[in-house]
Design a protein around this ligand. Structure first.
Ligand code: UD1
Length: 361
């Protein structure tokens, strides 16, 4: 079976790497994978570096679409994919998550009548104004195989009337996390001059937080308040870096602003951070895997399991004081019980491949 995997944005490289690695197992020799990179992310620090670091197969095609409005980006990916798939003639298309690359690939598969597999199916924020929510709902609706990271995701699909070929396989990011943790993280603490358990790791990139000046200001001010007691490391997504410049926000001198990190550095920092504050879905889960308390800088999370035992809590943009308080509380009120193993056994990739292999026979 020839499977084409479509990736485009940073978190998708981390997920796809786990599946490509597992595919090397002779047991899955019936599946041949070709990777198409849409080019949604293109900076070396956001893209190329991960292919090298995670030892991923080179994409057979890079569509090079780059940034743009949602319509322009999604449309450009569809046009490029249609052509690439005509040449590659796969038996199946596989997509991850909820980005515009995911949506564009799902629509293209549907139009070409190609079977579609969606990894990370069934996640919902129930906020249609979020571009990712539209992408998820449409992708799940169009998918032939739906791989859920946890049981509530499958239950959500059932509520939407999607029950065929729905499989709870665990979270493929957990596969990647365990693999990376086993390899160690080098000397990132030394490089960034941080003490173990003596800093907060923060990230911000969601449109709802970066594109609204008042919201962004409250978040930056909240993190700055925290940094009076606890150093805050803030690796900057290019969107956030541009927003800080464009909004003429006072450069937050007290925050430790750095370029985007590698995956190995991120995992190492998660093992050493006192607390994480983020609007990323991936980092919320990685904090959970690392038993690091997390504050999600949003009104809701798709990863509701992480909230149950207090390992994650919500603190939306708005009040700098409330954000700072939530982060300091999370640091001080560390749950006594370890995070529950709700995201599988670390071999989601093996389960996905076994199911696809059986289906291809
Ligand atoms: C996208 C996904 C989001 C995911 C995130 C992971 C959509 C709608 N959003 O958001 O779900 O969580 O990826 O990082 O698909 N930019 C660069 N260099 C790059 C990439 C982006 O400078 O390599 C800048 C550009 O100014 C661009 C902006 O970041 O306009 C936003 O990039 P885009 O791909 O539209 O969305 P993300 O915010 O990265």
């Amino acid at each position: 079976m020839h499977m084409v995997t479509v990736v485009g944005a940073r978190p998708q490289f981390v997920k796809a790497a786990a599946l490509s690695r597992r595919l090397k197992d002779a047991r899955f020799s019936a599946i041949r994978e070709s990777i198409i990179h849409t080019g949604q992310h293109y900076d070396h620090a956001m893209s190329g570096r991960f292919f090298i670091e995670l030892e991923m197969p080179e994409p057979v095609v890079n569509l090079g679409v780059g940034s743009g409005s949602h319509g322009a980006q999604t449309g450009a990916i569809m046009v490029g994919l249609e052509q690439a798939l005509a040449d590659l003639k796969p038996d199946l298309l596989l997509v991850y998550g909820d980005t515009n690359s995911t949506l564009a690939a799902a629509l293209t598969a549907a139009k070409l009548g190609l079977p579609l597999a969606h990894v990370e199916a069934g996640l919902r924020s129930f906020r249609r104004a979020m571009p990712e929510e539209v992408n998820r709902v449409v992708t799940d609706r169009l998918s032939d195989y739906l791989f859920c990271p946890s049981l509530p995701a499958a239950q959500q699909l059932a509520r939407e009337g999607i029950e065929k070929n729905v499989h709870v396989v665990g979270d493929i990011m957990f596969d990647s996390f365990l693999h990376q943790r086993g390899k160690g993280g080098g000397d990132v603490l030394k490089r960034l001059d941080l003490e173990p358990h003596g800093f907060a790791l923060a990230t911000l990139h969601r449109a709802e937080n970066t594109d609204d000046p008042a919201r962004l200001r409250s978040l930056i001010e909240g993190l700055t308040l925290v940094s009076r007691d606890l150093p805050v490391l803030l690796p900057l997504h290019p969107r956030t870096a541009k927003a800080i410049t464009a909004l003429d926000l006072a450069k937050p001198e007290d925050l430790h602003l750095v370029e985007p990190l590698s995956y190995a550095e991120t995992v190492a920092l998660l093992g050493a951070a006192a607390v994480v504050a983020t609007d990323s879905g991936g980092l919320q889960k990685e904090a959970y895997f690392a038993s690091c308390p997390c504050v999600t800088l949003r009104e809701e999370t798709e990863w509701t399991e992480t909230l149950a035992e207090g390992w994650n809590r919500l603190a939306p943009a708005g009040s700098a004081e409330a954000i700072a308080r939530a982060i300091m509380d999370a640091r001080e009120q560390r749950p006594s019980a370890a995070p529950a193993p709700v995201y599988g056994d670390g071999d989601a990739a093996g389960k996905i491949l076994a199911i696809l292999e059986r289906a291809g026979k």
